[in-house]
Design a protein around this ligand. Structure first.
Ligand code: BTN
Length: 332
Protein backbone atom coordinates (compact mmCIF):
# COMPACT_ATOMS: atom_id res chain seq x y z
CA UNK A 1 0.00 0.00 0.00
CA UNK A 2 1.30 3.49 -0.81
CA UNK A 3 1.74 5.64 2.27
CA UNK A 4 0.82 9.30 2.04
CA UNK A 5 1.78 10.28 5.55
CA UNK A 6 5.36 11.55 5.47
CA UNK A 7 6.40 8.48 7.38
CA UNK A 8 10.03 7.92 8.35
CA UNK A 9 12.31 6.79 5.53
CA UNK A 10 12.74 3.05 5.94
CA UNK A 11 16.47 3.49 5.41
CA UNK A 12 16.72 5.47 8.68
CA UNK A 13 15.14 2.48 10.37
CA UNK A 14 17.76 0.28 8.69
CA UNK A 15 20.50 2.61 9.92
CA UNK A 16 19.32 2.26 13.52
CA UNK A 17 18.98 -1.48 13.11
CA UNK A 18 22.54 -1.71 11.78
CA UNK A 19 23.93 0.31 14.69
CA UNK A 20 21.99 -1.76 17.24
CA UNK A 21 23.12 -5.04 15.66
CA UNK A 22 26.75 -3.87 15.80
CA UNK A 23 26.47 -2.05 19.11
CA UNK A 24 29.80 -3.31 20.42
CA UNK A 25 31.88 -2.02 17.51
CA UNK A 26 32.49 1.17 15.57
CA UNK A 27 30.72 0.85 12.20
CA UNK A 28 32.51 2.65 9.32
CA UNK A 29 30.46 5.37 7.60
CA UNK A 30 31.07 3.92 4.09
CA UNK A 31 29.89 0.49 5.24
CA UNK A 32 26.66 1.99 6.61
CA UNK A 33 26.20 4.01 3.42
CA UNK A 34 26.60 1.00 1.14
CA UNK A 35 24.47 -1.34 3.29
CA UNK A 36 21.49 0.99 3.33
CA UNK A 37 22.08 2.39 -0.14
CA UNK A 38 22.66 6.12 0.50
CA UNK A 39 25.59 8.55 0.38
CA UNK A 40 27.95 9.11 3.33
CA UNK A 41 26.68 12.68 3.52
CA UNK A 42 23.13 11.32 3.93
CA UNK A 43 24.31 8.97 6.69
CA UNK A 44 25.87 11.91 8.51
CA UNK A 45 22.67 13.96 8.19
CA UNK A 46 20.54 11.14 9.56
CA UNK A 47 22.98 10.55 12.42
CA UNK A 48 22.58 14.25 13.31
CA UNK A 49 18.80 13.94 13.14
CA UNK A 50 18.85 10.93 15.47
CA UNK A 51 21.14 12.80 17.86
CA UNK A 52 18.63 15.66 17.95
CA UNK A 53 16.07 13.11 19.16
CA UNK A 54 18.31 12.05 22.03
CA UNK A 55 19.88 8.97 20.42
CA UNK A 56 23.46 8.89 21.72
CA UNK A 57 25.80 8.04 18.83
CA UNK A 58 29.58 8.38 19.15
CA UNK A 59 31.42 9.57 16.09
CA UNK A 60 35.00 8.26 15.96
CA UNK A 61 37.05 10.39 13.51
CA UNK A 62 38.27 8.39 10.49
CA UNK A 63 36.58 5.24 11.82
CA UNK A 64 32.81 5.57 11.97
CA UNK A 65 29.86 5.52 14.35
CA UNK A 66 28.91 3.57 17.45
CA UNK A 67 25.86 3.66 19.67
CA UNK A 68 26.63 4.86 23.19
CA UNK A 69 23.37 3.43 24.60
CA UNK A 70 20.50 1.37 23.21
CA UNK A 71 18.26 4.01 21.64
CA UNK A 72 14.77 4.68 22.97
CA UNK A 73 13.22 5.64 19.68
CA UNK A 74 9.99 4.06 18.48
CA UNK A 75 11.09 2.88 15.03
CA UNK A 76 9.65 -0.34 13.56
CA UNK A 77 12.89 -2.37 13.69
CA UNK A 78 13.28 -1.89 17.47
CA UNK A 79 9.61 -2.54 18.19
CA UNK A 80 9.21 -5.52 15.89
CA UNK A 81 12.23 -7.27 17.33
CA UNK A 82 10.22 -7.59 20.57
CA UNK A 83 6.72 -8.13 19.21
CA UNK A 84 6.67 -11.48 17.45
CA UNK A 85 4.37 -12.12 14.54
CA UNK A 86 0.89 -10.98 15.56
CA UNK A 87 -1.58 -8.79 13.70
CA UNK A 88 -1.16 -5.81 16.04
CA UNK A 89 2.13 -4.19 15.15
CA UNK A 90 2.82 -6.26 12.01
CA UNK A 91 2.63 -2.99 10.09
CA UNK A 92 4.19 -0.03 11.93
CA UNK A 93 4.22 3.48 10.47
CA UNK A 94 6.74 5.71 12.26
CA UNK A 95 6.94 9.48 11.93
CA UNK A 96 9.41 11.90 13.46
CA UNK A 97 6.68 14.51 13.53
CA UNK A 98 2.94 14.21 12.91
CA UNK A 99 0.05 16.62 13.29
CA UNK A 100 -2.00 13.90 15.00
CA UNK A 101 -1.40 10.15 14.78
CA UNK A 102 -5.17 9.68 15.00
CA UNK A 103 -5.71 11.88 11.95
CA UNK A 104 -3.08 9.89 10.06
CA UNK A 105 -4.47 6.53 11.18
CA UNK A 106 -8.00 7.51 10.11
CA UNK A 107 -6.64 8.48 6.70
CA UNK A 108 -4.68 5.24 6.38
CA UNK A 109 -7.75 3.27 7.45
CA UNK A 110 -9.78 5.00 4.72
CA UNK A 111 -7.04 4.03 2.24
CA UNK A 112 -7.36 0.39 3.31
CA UNK A 113 -4.67 -0.08 5.98
CA UNK A 114 -4.82 -3.54 7.53
CA UNK A 115 -6.12 -4.48 10.97
CA UNK A 116 -3.40 -3.97 13.56
CA UNK A 117 -1.58 -1.15 11.76
CA UNK A 118 0.19 1.05 14.30
CA UNK A 119 1.01 4.70 13.68
CA UNK A 120 3.56 6.17 16.07
CA UNK A 121 5.19 9.61 16.21
CA UNK A 122 8.06 11.08 18.19
CA UNK A 123 6.19 14.37 18.36
CA UNK A 124 2.72 15.74 17.52
CA UNK A 125 2.02 19.30 16.48
CA UNK A 126 -1.77 19.03 16.80
CA UNK A 127 -2.35 16.12 19.20
CA UNK A 128 -6.06 15.64 19.81
CA UNK A 129 -7.63 14.96 23.20
CA UNK A 130 -11.14 13.99 24.26
CA UNK A 131 -13.91 16.57 24.46
CA UNK A 132 -12.24 18.81 21.89
CA UNK A 133 -9.11 19.34 23.96
CA UNK A 134 -5.49 19.31 22.77
CA UNK A 135 -2.95 16.67 23.83
CA UNK A 136 0.44 17.97 24.94
CA UNK A 137 2.95 16.00 22.82
CA UNK A 138 6.53 16.94 23.70
CA UNK A 139 9.20 15.58 21.35
CA UNK A 140 10.76 12.21 22.27
CA UNK A 141 9.25 12.25 25.77
CA UNK A 142 5.91 10.56 25.32
CA UNK A 143 4.27 7.76 23.42
CA UNK A 144 1.86 9.06 20.77
CA UNK A 145 0.32 6.14 18.97
CA UNK A 146 -2.83 5.15 17.10
CA UNK A 147 -3.82 1.57 16.46
CA UNK A 148 -6.19 0.63 13.64
CA UNK A 149 -8.61 -2.20 14.46
CA UNK A 150 -11.12 -3.74 12.12
CA UNK A 151 -13.43 -5.55 14.53
CA UNK A 152 -16.24 -7.73 13.21
CA UNK A 153 -18.56 -5.89 15.58
CA UNK A 154 -21.27 -3.25 15.56
CA UNK A 155 -20.65 0.41 16.50
CA UNK A 156 -22.19 -0.37 19.90
CA UNK A 157 -18.94 -2.21 20.73
CA UNK A 158 -16.82 0.93 20.51
CA UNK A 159 -17.06 1.90 24.21
CA UNK A 160 -15.85 -1.53 25.30
CA UNK A 161 -12.91 -1.34 22.87
CA UNK A 162 -12.02 1.93 24.56
CA UNK A 163 -12.17 0.35 28.02
CA UNK A 164 -10.05 -2.49 26.68
CA UNK A 165 -7.38 -0.03 25.58
CA UNK A 166 -7.34 1.56 29.04
CA UNK A 167 -6.86 -1.83 30.69
CA UNK A 168 -4.05 -2.70 28.29
CA UNK A 169 -2.34 0.63 28.91
CA UNK A 170 -2.65 0.17 32.67
CA UNK A 171 -0.99 -3.26 32.51
CA UNK A 172 1.75 -1.99 30.21
CA UNK A 173 2.58 0.91 32.52
CA UNK A 174 2.58 -1.29 35.61
CA UNK A 175 4.85 -3.85 33.95
CA UNK A 176 7.39 -1.17 32.99
CA UNK A 177 7.30 0.91 36.18
CA UNK A 178 5.68 -1.05 39.06
CA UNK A 179 3.77 2.17 39.86
CA UNK A 180 0.22 2.00 41.28
CA UNK A 181 -1.98 2.99 38.34
CA UNK A 182 -5.70 3.75 38.59
CA UNK A 183 -8.17 4.09 35.70
CA UNK A 184 -10.64 6.97 35.73
CA UNK A 185 -13.68 6.18 33.61
CA UNK A 186 -13.64 5.76 30.76
CA UNK A 187 -9.90 5.37 30.31
CA UNK A 188 -7.61 8.00 31.83
CA UNK A 189 -4.68 6.45 33.66
CA UNK A 190 -3.85 8.18 36.94
CA UNK A 191 -0.76 7.90 39.09
CA UNK A 192 -1.02 9.56 42.51
CA UNK A 193 -4.22 11.23 41.30
CA UNK A 194 -2.65 12.82 38.21
CA UNK A 195 -3.12 11.83 34.59
CA UNK A 196 -0.31 9.98 32.79
CA UNK A 197 -2.26 8.55 29.86
CA UNK A 198 -5.31 9.49 27.80
CA UNK A 199 -7.14 7.61 25.07
CA UNK A 200 -9.14 9.03 22.19
CA UNK A 201 -11.12 6.48 20.19
CA UNK A 202 -12.30 7.55 16.77
CA UNK A 203 -13.99 5.42 14.15
CA UNK A 204 -15.59 5.10 10.79
CA UNK A 205 -18.76 3.02 10.74
CA UNK A 206 -22.04 2.26 9.07
CA UNK A 207 -25.22 1.81 11.07
CA UNK A 208 -24.59 -1.84 11.84
CA UNK A 209 -20.89 -2.36 11.20
CA UNK A 210 -17.61 -0.82 12.27
CA UNK A 211 -15.24 -0.20 9.35
CA UNK A 212 -12.30 0.80 11.45
CA UNK A 213 -11.66 1.86 14.99
CA UNK A 214 -8.64 4.00 15.80
CA UNK A 215 -7.41 3.70 19.37
CA UNK A 216 -5.33 6.85 19.95
CA UNK A 217 -3.18 6.52 23.04
CA UNK A 218 -0.97 9.19 24.57
CA UNK A 219 1.33 8.33 27.49
CA UNK A 220 3.48 10.85 29.36
CA UNK A 221 6.66 8.82 29.80
CA UNK A 222 9.89 10.78 30.19
CA UNK A 223 8.73 14.38 30.57
CA UNK A 224 10.89 15.87 33.31
CA UNK A 225 8.23 18.44 34.08
CA UNK A 226 4.75 19.30 32.84
CA UNK A 227 3.77 22.75 31.53
CA UNK A 228 2.40 25.09 34.23
CA UNK A 229 -1.21 24.81 33.04
CA UNK A 230 -1.10 21.01 33.38
CA UNK A 231 1.13 20.46 36.41
CA UNK A 232 -1.74 20.12 38.91
CA UNK A 233 -3.59 17.53 36.86
CA UNK A 234 -0.97 15.67 34.83
CA UNK A 235 2.36 13.98 35.46
CA UNK A 236 4.76 11.60 33.74
CA UNK A 237 6.01 8.11 34.53
CA UNK A 238 9.51 9.46 34.99
CA UNK A 239 8.33 12.13 37.45
CA UNK A 240 6.50 9.51 39.53
CA UNK A 241 9.03 6.66 39.29
CA UNK A 242 12.04 8.99 39.71
CA UNK A 243 13.90 7.29 36.86
CA UNK A 244 13.84 7.25 33.07
CA UNK A 245 11.45 4.70 31.57
CA UNK A 246 11.99 2.90 28.26
CA UNK A 247 9.32 4.06 25.80
CA UNK A 248 10.11 1.03 23.65
CA UNK A 249 9.36 -1.28 26.58
CA UNK A 250 6.07 0.47 27.40
CA UNK A 251 4.89 0.52 23.79
CA UNK A 252 5.80 -3.12 23.18
CA UNK A 253 3.93 -4.14 26.35
CA UNK A 254 0.95 -2.01 25.31
CA UNK A 255 0.69 -3.59 21.85
CA UNK A 256 1.01 -7.09 23.29
CA UNK A 257 -1.71 -6.42 25.85
CA UNK A 258 -4.05 -5.00 23.21
CA UNK A 259 -3.48 -8.07 21.06
CA UNK A 260 -4.34 -10.36 23.98
CA UNK A 261 -7.36 -8.40 25.23
CA UNK A 262 -8.77 -7.97 21.73
CA UNK A 263 -8.72 -11.75 21.21
CA UNK A 264 -10.40 -12.20 24.61
CA UNK A 265 -13.10 -9.67 23.75
CA UNK A 266 -13.88 -11.40 20.46
CA UNK A 267 -13.96 -14.82 22.12
CA UNK A 268 -15.74 -14.11 25.41
CA UNK A 269 -17.66 -10.88 24.73
CA UNK A 270 -17.97 -7.61 26.63
CA UNK A 271 -17.95 -9.14 30.09
CA UNK A 272 -14.34 -10.27 29.59
CA UNK A 273 -13.49 -6.57 29.59
CA UNK A 274 -16.09 -4.92 31.82
CA UNK A 275 -15.56 -7.33 34.72
CA UNK A 276 -11.81 -6.84 34.61
CA UNK A 277 -12.24 -3.11 34.34
CA UNK A 278 -14.36 -3.08 37.49
CA UNK A 279 -11.55 -4.82 39.33
CA UNK A 280 -8.88 -2.49 37.93
CA UNK A 281 -10.43 0.92 38.68
CA UNK A 282 -11.29 2.55 41.99
CA UNK A 283 -13.87 4.54 40.00
CA UNK A 284 -16.07 1.51 39.36
CA UNK A 285 -17.95 1.26 42.66
CA UNK A 286 -18.73 3.69 45.45
CA UNK A 287 -16.63 6.57 44.16
CA UNK A 288 -17.97 10.07 44.82
CA UNK A 289 -17.67 11.91 41.53
CA UNK A 290 -18.56 15.19 39.91
CA UNK A 291 -20.27 14.46 36.62
CA UNK A 292 -19.22 17.14 34.19
CA UNK A 293 -21.05 17.81 30.97
CA UNK A 294 -21.36 20.90 28.84
CA UNK A 295 -24.57 22.08 30.49
CA UNK A 296 -24.13 21.22 34.15
CA UNK A 297 -22.22 19.59 36.96
CA UNK A 298 -23.65 17.28 39.63
CA UNK A 299 -22.32 15.00 42.36
CA UNK A 300 -23.06 11.28 42.25
CA UNK A 301 -21.79 7.89 43.44
CA UNK A 302 -20.64 5.23 40.99
CA UNK A 303 -22.36 1.83 41.00
CA UNK A 304 -20.43 -0.22 38.41
CA UNK A 305 -20.43 -0.67 34.65
CA UNK A 306 -23.35 -1.88 32.58
CA UNK A 307 -22.65 -4.59 29.95
CA UNK A 308 -22.02 -1.99 27.24
CA UNK A 309 -19.31 -0.25 29.28
CA UNK A 310 -21.46 2.70 30.40
CA UNK A 311 -20.76 3.94 33.96
CA UNK A 312 -23.73 3.58 36.28
CA UNK A 313 -24.18 6.38 38.79
CA UNK A 314 -26.67 7.34 41.49
CA UNK A 315 -27.21 11.06 42.11
CA UNK A 316 -27.69 12.26 45.67
CA UNK A 317 -31.44 12.79 44.99
CA UNK A 318 -31.75 9.07 44.16
CA UNK A 319 -31.90 9.36 40.37
CA UNK A 320 -29.89 6.76 38.50
CA UNK A 321 -28.19 7.10 35.15
CA UNK A 322 -25.72 5.30 32.86
CA UNK A 323 -23.06 7.56 31.39
CA UNK A 324 -21.99 6.72 27.88
CA UNK A 325 -19.71 9.73 27.33
CA UNK A 326 -18.32 12.72 29.13
CA UNK A 327 -16.16 13.07 32.17
CA UNK A 328 -16.22 12.25 35.86
CA UNK A 329 -13.85 13.76 38.41
CA UNK A 330 -13.27 12.46 41.90
CA UNK A 331 -14.79 14.57 44.69
CA UNK A 332 -11.95 15.17 47.13
C1 BTN B 1 -7.58 12.48 26.28
O1 BTN B 1 -8.02 13.61 26.13
O2 BTN B 1 -7.45 12.00 27.41
C2 BTN B 1 -7.20 11.64 25.10
C3 BTN B 1 -5.81 11.93 24.62
C4 BTN B 1 -5.38 11.07 23.45
C5 BTN B 1 -4.02 11.48 22.92
C6 BTN B 1 -3.52 10.55 21.89
S1 BTN B 1 -1.83 10.87 21.48
C7 BTN B 1 -1.93 9.77 20.13
C8 BTN B 1 -3.29 9.96 19.50
N1 BTN B 1 -3.24 11.01 18.50
C9 BTN B 1 -3.96 12.07 18.86
O3 BTN B 1 -4.07 13.11 18.20
N2 BTN B 1 -4.55 11.84 20.04
C10 BTN B 1 -4.24 10.53 20.55
Amino acid sequence: MRMTTGSTDRRIDKLIHLLVKNATVVVPGPKIASEIGVTRQQVWEWIEKLRSLGVEIRGVPMEGYQLATIPDILVPSLLRAELGDHPIGRNIVHLFRADSTNAIALKLAAEGAEHGTVVVAEEQTAGRGRLGRAWYSEKSSGIYTSIILRPPLSPAAAPVLTLMAGLAAQKAVISATALAVDIRWPNDLLVNGKKVCGILTEMSAEVDRLHAVVLGIGINVNHSLMPAQLENIATSLRMEAHRGISRVQVLVALLREIERDYQLLLKDGNRAITERWEGASTFAHGKRVRVVNSASEAVATTTGLDPSGALKIRYDDGRQESLVAGEVLEVK
